[in-house]
Write a protein that binds this ligand. Structure first.
Ligand SMILES: Cc1cc2nc3c(=O)[nH]c(=O)nc-3n(C[C@H](O)[C@H](O)[C@H](O)COP(=O)(O)OP(=O)(O)OC[C@H]3O[C@@H](n4cnc5c(N)ncnc54)[C@H](O)[C@@H]3O)c2cc1C
Length: 404
């Protein structure tokens, strides 16, 4: 059996290694438009800091030969011929498969701001993007960068840029950072902590109305907030406003696309026989509780896709969203569902600005379903287990030694 995997990101490489761990018999080919062998995406900040690409590769380059995995890099797949069971690459080469896994991920979202595409715009998705940012930082005239978006990627990028003496400013339309990981109160708590420690300027509650460029070196951003219209200047503009799926490849092949991405059943199969999908390329709506665009989801789905491709029928039952990061020395963890709404209770709250600790646990129908922890990692694994087991407040309170 010949399995082709399109994409060498977190989903693609995990699927390949699980398949190889479980079978010596199958042929595996991985095809990627990326020119570098697989690497963890969170490591690409290190490239901006000066590391060479090979320092962040997931495996040594001979790992692929040793594991009999054919790695085709720099190959963009432009067509899937489901009838003929083959894929076509941009160089016109055609490869036949018995089973196909689409793990093509997502692409940076470019917000429709007038002028945004009129000059250089630095997005961060792969090593080449990181090399471009590093090169621009080295020849920056004013040393001032602006990052659109206030999510995880923006915060990490801002920290990285400030480490190489670039002054970053984050602009976001929301009132606080990390909206996907924090509730409004946790967001404000983090803002206050960062104001004291992080060499980054924040512009919140502000809409970018227009980008005006005098030349490649001078960027003016027209901003609107409650006080009216004003201008912010920098010499390079980064965009980290989220990701979107480019569904052209699967759609043209007759694969069903949902609201955002490829629709799969719990066995990670698409509507086309022998064609599977995993990771950011998959529409997450069919799996309540799971979150799109994070590594744990891509890894879990890749594992399930690999096992099913090998012939054992195991369903994907979802992924507990889990993000941990350290910003400017502050530990931050967000686990499970932290959305506020009807029937959601907040308990176990700690707000201690002196100790730099914030904790909030979220309960639905009396059972723990999510948690935010800022400033401490001590209870993270315990809380994760409590969430997995949907424990009630009494159990959580006793386990974590909390007060009513
Ligand atoms: C800088 C950065 C930091 C991140 N940090 C975190 C983090 O800390 N925690 C977290 O949970 N998530 C993080 N994420 C998100 C996480 O990386 C993604 O959710 C994850 O990479 C999804 O894996 P994937 O394999 O589905 O897609 P990807 O990793 O995007 O891989 C897609 C692959 O498909 C290839 N490809 C696409 N189209 C084609 C084509 N037509 N032909 C050939 N190849 C193609 C691409 O080149 C790539 O190899 C981060 C993302 C970035 C960019």
């Amino acid at each position: 059996m010949h399995v082709i995997i399109i994409g060498t990101g977190h989903a693609g490489i995990n699927a390949a290694s699980i398949m190889r761990q479980n079978s010596d018999e199958i042929d595996i080919t991985m095809v990627s438009e990326d020119r570098f062998p697989p690497y963890p995406r969170p490591s690409i900040y290190k490239i901006i800091l000066g590391k060479s690409p090979s320092q962040i590769f997931r495996y040594p380059e001979n790992w692929y030969d040793k594991n009999n995995i054919n790695l085709l890099l720099g190959h963009c797949v432009i067509k899937i011929r489901c009838q003929k069971k083959s894929i076509i690459c941009a160089d016109k080469s055609e490869l036949k498969y018995d089973k196909l896994l689409i793990a093509t991920g997502s692409k940076p979202f470019i917000p429709p701001i007038p002028g945004i595409r009129d000059g250089p715009l630095y997005c961060l998705r792969n090593i080449d993007d990181a090399l471009a940012i590093r090169e621009k930082a080295e020849r920056s005239t004013t040393g001032k960068a602006t990052i659109l978006g206030g999510g995880l990627l923006s915060v990490e990028l801002a920290k990285t840029l400030s480490d190489i003496d670039i002054q970053p400013t984050i602009i976001d339309r929301s009132p606080y950072l990390l909206r996907k990981q924090l509730d409004p109160e946790g967001g404000q708590f983090l803002n206050r902590l960062l104001d004291k420690t992080f060499d980054t300027s924040f512009i919140f509650n502000t809409i970018s109305e227009q980008i005006i460029r005098k030349n490649d070196e001078e960027v003016k951003i027209e901003l609107r907030d409650h006080s009216g219209l004003w201008t912010h200047e920098c010499d390079f503009l980064c965009n980290a406003t989220g990701v979107r799926n480019d569904n052209t490849l699967p759609r043209d092949a007759g694969i069903t696309i949902g609201e955002y991405a490829i629709v799969v059943n719990p066995f990670m199969q698409t509507n086309i026989p022998d064609v599977y999908a995993a990771g950011d390329a998959v529409n997450i709506d069919s799996f309540p509780g799971s979150k799109f665009g994070i590594i744990p989801t891509a890894v879990d789905q890749a594992k399930i896709a690999a096992i099913n491709i090998l012939g054992t029928r195991v369903p994907y039952t979802g992924t507990l969203p889990w993000t941990t990061l350290k910003i400017a020395g502050i530990d931050l963890t967000s686990i499970g569902d932290i959305e506020l709404g009807p029937g959601i209770e907040e308990k176990g709250i700690i707000r201690d600005f002196q100790q730099r600790i914030y904790q909030k646990l979220f309960f639905k129908e009396g059972k723990i379903q999510g948690a935010i922890l800022i400033g401490s990692k001590i209870n993270v694994h315990q809380i994760k287990t409590l969430i997995i087991h949907h424990e009630k407040w009494e159990v959580v309170k006793n386990e974590l030694n909390l007060e009513e």
